[in-house]
Design a protein around this ligand. Structure first.
Ligand code: GRF
Length: 234
């Protein structure tokens, strides 16, 4: 029996990990996953793409790829918990073994995050634990940081607070604006997202005892993304 504190996503190389992607808007991270899958570099099966805005481009793109989609409108529900329970009941019914939050701009109820411990990841545009929440590019500029980046982490009840898996870093330039930082970071986000989902699908990554494990050992520091888009020890 697997202890409650341990949650693995079983997926030998020969198998396709069933995943669900949640997205609220543009969907460029979803598009990166779809491209990697089409190129044979991502052993997953897209079971579902869902969100909180029916008109989100991410959902339209998923439909164009023949992936089941749906959107629930938060205002149709009495509170966050009811919305999340309805959303994740559908996610569970899809058969997904991993939930990928790819620009899903909502805080998720702790009851739900507890049910998906080790089976839900998020991408956040900062070098966590720095700058949880919104406006990360602005915060980087305000603090005069020399470096910026993106993190993929397992989701916990704490906003942007679960165990970090891997990070991609970029230098901050003297003439950077919020917009230029966001635009320069985005391609790194895409490579980071693809690398993390692929590693989970291949059974190389899991969460156990509140930590990230990579190839059977707990990480002392987040993995980094190398120049070839692969994950490596920092
Ligand atoms: C990304 O910057 C991601 O890090 C953040 O929301 C944005 C989503 O972009 N969580 P997209 O919808 O994937 O293009």
């Amino acid at each position: 029996m697997i202890p409650a504190s341990e949650s693995r996503v079983p997926s030998p190389e020969s198998r396709q990990l069933p995943i669900a992607v949640l997205a609220s808007g543009r969907g460029s991270n979803l598009a990166a996953l779809l491209d990697a899958h089409a190129a044979g570099k991502l052993p997953v099966e897209f079971k579902l793409v869902a969100g909180d805005h029916a008109g989100a481009p991410a959902l339209r793109n998923a439909e164009a790829h023949g992936i089941p989609t749906f959107a629930l409108e938060p205002k149709s529900f009495a509170n966050r918990r009811e919305f999340d329970e309805a959303l994740f009941a559908n996610v569970a019914a899809s058969g997904a073994g991993l939930v990928v939050l790819a620009g899903f701009m909502r805080i998720i109820d702790p009851l739900v995050t507890a049910q998906w411990t080790g089976r839900m990841i998020n991408i956040h545009p900062s070098l966590l634990p720095k700058y949880r929440g919104l406006h990360t590019h602005r915060k980087v500029l305000r603090h005069g940081d020399a470096e910026h980046g993106a993190s993929v982490h397992f989701v916990s009840a704490e906003l942007d607070g679960g165990p970090v898996i891997a990070q991609a870093r970029i230098d901050v330039r003297a003439d950077d604006t919020e917009e230029s930082l966001a635009a320069r970071l985005l391609p790194f986000e895409h490579r980071l997202m693809v690398a993390c989902v692929a590693a989970i699908a291949r059974g190389m990554l899991c969460q156990r005892d509140g930590r990230t494990w990579f190839n059977g050992a707990p990480l002392a520091a987040p993995l980094k993304l190398d120049g070839d888009g692969r994950l490596a020890a920092a």
